[in-house]
Ligand binder design. Sequence first.
Ligand SMILES: *[C@@H]1O[C@H](CO)[C@@H](O)[C@H](O)[C@H]1NC(C)=O
Ligand SMILES: *[C@@H]1O[C@H](CO)[C@@H](O)[C@H](O)[C@H]1NC(C)=O
Length: 474
Amino acid sequence: MPHFVLVPMLAAGHAGPMLDMARALASRGALVTFVTTPLNLLRLGRAPGDGELPIRFLPLRFPCTEAGLPEGCESADALPGIDFLRNFHDACAMLRAPLVAHLREAHPPASGLVSDTCHPWTGAVARELGVPRLGLETFCAFSSFCMRQMSIHSVFEGISDHKRPVRVPGFPIHVEMSRARSPENFSGFGKVFADEVMAENARADGLVVNSFAELEPLFVDAYEAALGKKIWAVGPLFLQRNMPLSATSGSDDATAVRCGSWLEQKKPRSAVLVSFGSLARSSQPQLVEIAHGLEASNRPFIWVVKPASLAEFERWLSDDGFERRVGDRGLVVTGWAPQKAILSHPATGAFVTHCGWNSVLECVAAGLPMTTWPHFGDQFMNEKLVVDVLRVGVPVGVKDATQWGVETEGVVATREDVERALEAVMDGGVVGAARQARAAELGRKAWDAVARGGSSDRNMSLLVDFVEQMKATV
Ligand SMILES: *[C@@H]1O[C@H](CO)[C@@H](O)[C@H](O)[C@H]1NC(C)=O
Ligand SMILES: *[C@@H]1O[C@H](CO)[C@@H](O)[C@H](O)[C@H]1NC(C)=O
């Protein structure tokens, strides 16, 4: 059987899908080496049954000091500020020599590399070892392809107004994007890094997307045609082993228990989940607007809060009386919450999401409509897919992009925006019912894709065959 070496991007939202990829490959009998670092190894969530799978974890020392990072900064979400992102990528690239040294000694030898497309340096690793490299996109096909077109055509060159929308060239549908809302804005060195990633994607032996053929067929096909390489759509990766979503993460955790028993008391499809992912931090004035919107909506809610200042938020909570007024109707969680389990609970009716791809896919798999509230990165592109193409989303109407790590005082959506969007996504009359029906249908398609003989299941087998055949021809 083949030996796959998996190199995840060291960031909260990236390691999860790669670990799911490891499980999917290993449960097909492949040996997997999963590259990580000592601190990231501790954070990897383990699932029931992981112990029986042939996955070897390889923690490589992370060269913080050499790259000018504070000690212990082994993941992008642990960086003291956005200015350190370049150092962080430099540190990742320094893993090349130790990784190659390890893999030269590996038994059985590596058959192929699957690495996050954010690790362009892994192209050289594959070439040194003479094995194929497949890039795992953590964006969907729509946004990966959109990003590629913006990058290779340098669409923002010579445009000084960051808010001016520009048409994305060579894209299957009409899409406009401004620099402020594009992934280029995500980091101070956006274009340079994006170009490195594009160059290595063009040299890769193929790409893997955590999406499924039936979700975005037009964009998987168009991206494949433009790239001239195979693109395997193998998602949702978190469903690949057909485990119930409620069982996938730490169900004995105190917050999980609290959310679970709260949901048990609620009517079917009556509650909303509000959560903006692991990276974004919300300003205090923005949190106050969300709180008032939730209160006015009169619907049950679980609100997962990541405040720019936890102390300030907690002071506001105790002074304002918000929790007392909403009583048992609302649950405020600061920190981690079991998102997949909440979304798949029958009491949950909609998701107010930042549109990170993992969150969108989890909502799709749960068969629920969403209220879209993008912040940065691929999120504004994902919003277009969700709202305009899939038609399962209601935009809250975000007025401005936020920049990662820069917590503004600004309010991008008001309490009225929140209330209106919740009303539309949860009720919304005939239009809302049609949206809910489309979301439910997509949910069924997601499960069909990963079931035996489904498109993602077959794509995963084809991917394994491809790597084995490449090995045979070397
Ligand atoms: C990102 O967008 C904001 C808002 O338009 C802008 O102020 C900032 O300069 C942009 N950053 C980059 C790196 O382009
Ligand atoms: C993935 O599955 C789809 C649908 O079955 C198929 O058309 C496509 O060729 C497969 N992709 C690859 C790269 O083999």
